[in-house]
Each structure stands twice: as C-alpha cells, then as structure tokens.
Design a protein around this ligand. Structure first.
Ligand SMILES: [Fe+2]
Length: 209
C-alpha cells in the first residue's frame, strides 16, 4: 500500500509511504529508503536494502512481506537540483530556522528552513533546506538518534573536534539518494557536527527516540 505524505511533498517532489505486503514496483527513477527494521530485497535475493539504507533506483522491484519504506520522486528535475520554483514554495510553506529557534543567534542570518514534522511509526521525519555555500550550526546535543538522507543538491556532514568551524576532522559528502552512517555511539552521544550546503540543498532528517 502506498500513500502520499502531504506534509513533506512539494510540487515536483513527492514523498510516499510504502507498506509492504509482497511486491512493490517502482516506475521511473525514484529514491527509496528502508525505514523499517528488516532488510528489503531489491530485484533479486542477492540485493538487499538494509534498515536505514537508501537507493536511487530505476524501474525496479522491491520485495518484502512486512517492510516499510519511503519512496521519493523528483518528477520535474532529473539533475536533483533545488529549482527556483521549489525554493519559492519552501519559503512560503516551511518555517525559517530563525523563527523556530529565536534564541539561537547563529540562525538569524541563515537561509535555512524546516518542513512540518510527520510521524512515520518508528521515526519522526522532516525536511530541511539550506542555501548554497552556507554552514549549518555546529551542535552535538540531541535527545534522539538522527540520520539524514540527501534529497536534492550537494551537501556535507562535517564532524569537528571543537565547536569551531576550523577544527573539522571529517567530512561526508551528501549526494542525492545517499544516507550517511550513524554518528552517535551506544550512549547516544554525538561528536560536534554540522550540515553544510555546497549547492542549495534539501535533505531528510529521520529521528528516533
Ligand atoms: Fe545533528
């Protein structure tokens, strides 16, 4: 069964929740994220999409008896850029980080927006937008386990030795369809980290408490 998630979808960028009961066929090119706990087969038994892994697939077939996934279609943008019409819609519909967190001075001059949050069972999900050539805030405090999937644009997840941009010790490039590995340890402790945008970016945050 497939249903569109209205809170996350924009014109030309559709988010569907897929609840498996056997075969699920993907027509055209789509981004798929396994947000269940069990592996899901792709095309054949040998190809497996593990929990919290994502794939960019074309005319593909997923198989699972009870899995759950997110299917994302960028219907008018095969280069996976944030188009000017998408950016206009985001500014009109989403919340600016400076309004969500008025106490955080760093956000006041940052072109960063967040979509509504939606409950997807195990995970809370929302989308973020960050303008090209800008750096998200360095932080490490979370009361949830988070991972991110790049939807449009090119970004980086960067880790820091201290909460200062010139102490970066690792960067993970984020390209459309890619989900980064977990940054937190077994005690849900994170290193200092930030999301930095190379081009205009949209990424999905999945949070589990
Ligand atoms: Fe974070």
């Amino acid at each position: 069964m497939k249903r569109t998630i209205a809170e996350l979808s924009l014109k030309g960028l559709t988010f569907d929740l897929v609840e498996f009961a056997g075969d699920h066929k993907v027509e055209g090119e789509k981004l798929f994220i396994n947000i269940g706990q069990e592996p899901i087969n792709l095309m054949q038994d040998e190809d497996i999409v593990n929990s919290l892994n994502s794939r960019l697939v074309n005319d593909a077939r997923f198989v699972s008896r009870s899995g759950i996934g997110l299917e994302i279609a960028a219907t008018d943008n095969s280069n996976y850029d944030v188009t000017s019409s998408l950016k206009k819609e985001i500014i009109a519909k989403w919340s600016r980080a400076s309004e969500l967190f008025p106490q955080v001075e760093y956000f006041q001059n940052l072109e960063m927006y967040r979509s509504p949050k939606v409950d997807l069972g195990l995970y809370q999900a929302n989308l973020w937008y960050l303008e090209a050539s800008s750096q998200g805030r360095i932080h490490k405090e979370h009361d949830f386990r988070e991972i991110h999937t790049q939807i449009l644009g090119l970004g980086q997840m960067v880790k820091y030795y201290k909460p200062e941009y010139d102490t970066a010790y690792e960067r993970v490039f984020m390209a459309p369809g890619f989900t980064h590995f977990e940054f937190f340890d077994g005690n849900r402790q994170y290193p200092w980290h930030s999301y930095n945008a190379v081009s205009d970016c949209i990424w999905l945050a999945l949070e589990r408490r």
